[in-house]
Design a protein around this ligand. Sequence first.
Ligand code: ADP
Ligand code: MG
Length: 260
Amino acid sequence: MAEVVFDHVTRIYPGNDKPSVDDLNLDIKDGEFLVLVGPSGCGKSTTLRMLAGLEEVNKGRILIGGKDVTTMQPKDRDIAMVFQNYALYPHMTVADNIACVPKILKWDRDRIDARVDELLELVHLEPGDFRDRYPAQLSGGQQQRVGLVRALAASPELMLLDEPFGAIDAITRAKLQDELLRIHRGSGKTFIFVTHDVTEALKLGTKVLVVDGGRVQQYAEPQELLTHPATPFVRELLATQGYGSDGPLPRAAMGGGGRA
Ligand code: ADP
Ligand code: MG
């Protein structure tokens, strides 16, 4: 179970006078797909990094599954993270990249092989073709697919994704988003995804958290965000990305192929 609670969490980097995350209170339900959206510098990555244990919390607490993890080591949190430029290990094959964590966990060879093939099939990379390739022999989209399933390899309770599709062309990106939705539904795990792209947030999120200047502007379902933007900032953010009063509606809002 991975319900996540931020309880009055604040992060001020040394030398800064303003908090990068300012008194964040948030309750993320088990199995949720939360998307954190906001402009560059608003504190998205800092929030994820504190949750992963990669950044210190100055005030407040973080709970995962009811347990206070605020000062716990990253390796004890059952979390996997995917980054935009999380390069695969270039000297290792696709299979060895995916097998990293299972090897650390001392899974036996057969179990690892079966898991690698299962994961490659999950993202439509034919194992016989891709298992023994090196990262340089893959396209950007294929590399990010491998990055995704590498993070999933040991079935972590929490998946954190920091702008994972930022550097990928629009068509491949849409495909990866669809695959990620499928993976999330199939896994039943909690996913937390960071983006500055409103369309991506509305398409992927079961819940969307809009942040500006380290502070929460709105925490709502995509539909609610569109129909009832809580602040002028949210209205402006939607409008600048084409979601004005008569802008295009995302799939989620039409009850069609989105999260309905
Ligand atoms: P985002 O991911 O939303 O773009 P970040 O969480 O990376 O934003 O950064 C939030 C704010 O904290 C920014 O103003 C940034 O300059 C500042 N910041 C991030 N990392 C550090 C750091 N290591 N030292 C000082 N300030 C930082
Ligand atoms: Mg960031």
